[in-house]
Write a protein that binds this ligand. Structure first.
Ligand SMILES: C[S@@+](CC[C@H](N)C(=O)[O-])C[C@H]1O[C@@H](n2cnc3c(N)ncnc32)[C@H](O)[C@@H]1O
Ligand SMILES: [Zn+2]
Ligand SMILES: [Zn+2]
Length: 262
């Protein structure tokens, strides 16, 4: 059985460490999300507290605490966990997992990934990489854009790297990863699933004044109605062979399971 869920420190938000401060300062001085983010006309991000469009890889922009009551509809992740989530033992093959004792409607915010913020280099040096969530979403988007596989409209979060640095993969040591191993919340217990069993998506959410293309929240939203006690899962997004010298068989149980998690 993997270590008991009590063997880590519960954190409602991402914890900053000294090592990431220079990187954060550098990126914040170049760009950060400012001011009111509430769209004045459709498409809105939320309706009745539910995310309207899933998989907005370009990010959901929420209003910060400096906005007034008129922006309450554009603050959902900021309100925190609203559903009764439970950590439970799924069995030997997957270890601990997460479920909810109430139904969750499609589009509802479930929880965000918290933990200690590390640089990618620090994360690479760690022996245990099971609880890492890497924040390279906007780097990947920019690279796709440079390759011509993403159109400009989707590419809206500037990064503190030049296009040349990105082309040469010369940005290592300068992006961030959330490490939920020793500190974190329920999110670090959510298991991977394939195809039909996936019920959550990890959505980048940016909130003023401290978000930018390197530092933002990953919030999990229900991609469909989830009946009470169904295990909560998302697609970790790795392909077989993505991580050198390691293979991990998938035990999600989906009819369309890809068989390999790594
Ligand atoms: C973020 S942790 C999830 C919580 C973990 N089950 C635990 O007990 O702490 C990721 C690890 O859980 C296991 N895991 C998650 N999804 C799995 C799946 N579909 N099949 C097999 N193992 C899985 C793997 O060991 C993976 O490295
Ligand atoms: Zn606002
Ligand atoms: Zn699977």
């Amino acid at each position: 059985m993997p270590p008991s869920p009590e063997d880590f420190q519960y954190e409602m938000n991402i914890v900053l460490s000294e090592s990431v401060e220079p990187l954060l300062e550098e990126s914040m001085s170049q760009w950060r999300v400012f001011g009111c983010q509430r769209p004045r006309e459709p498409p809105y991000f939320y309706e009745d507290g539910l995310l309207l469009e899933m998989n907005l890889v370009a990010g959901v922009f929420e209003c910060g605490s400096s906005c007034g009551k008129e922006c309450a509809s554009n603050r959902v992740v900021a309100k925190g966990i609203c559903y009764p989530l439970e950590i439970f033992y799924t069995g030997k093959s997957k270890g601990w997992g997460v479920r909810c004792s109430a139904d969750i409607p499609a589009g509802a915010f479930v929880c965000k990934y918290t933990g200690e913020l590390r640089t990618d280099v620090e994360a690479e040096e760690m022996e245990n990489d099971e609880y890492l969530f890497d924040l390279s979403n906007f780097i990947k988007m920019r690279k796709k854009y440079l390759k011509g596989t993403l159109d400009t409209g989707d590419e809206i979060v500037p990064l503190p790297f030049s296009d040349d640095e990105l082309r040469k993969d010369d940005y290592h040591g300068r992006y961030l990863v959330i490490d939920g191993r020793c500190k974190g919340n329920v999110s670090r217990f959510i298991n991977h699933a394939c195809g039909e069993k996936i019920n959550l998506v990890g959505q980048p959410v940016l909130t003023p004044p401290f978000s930018n293309g390197l530092f933002y929240d990953i919030a999990f939203f229900a991609i469909r109605h989830i009946p009470a006690y169904e295990e909560l899962t998302y697609d970790y997004g790795y392909l077989k062979g993505d991580v050198n010298n390691r293979q991990l068989e998938c035990h999600c149980g989906a009819r369309d399971c890809k068989k390999w998690l790594l």
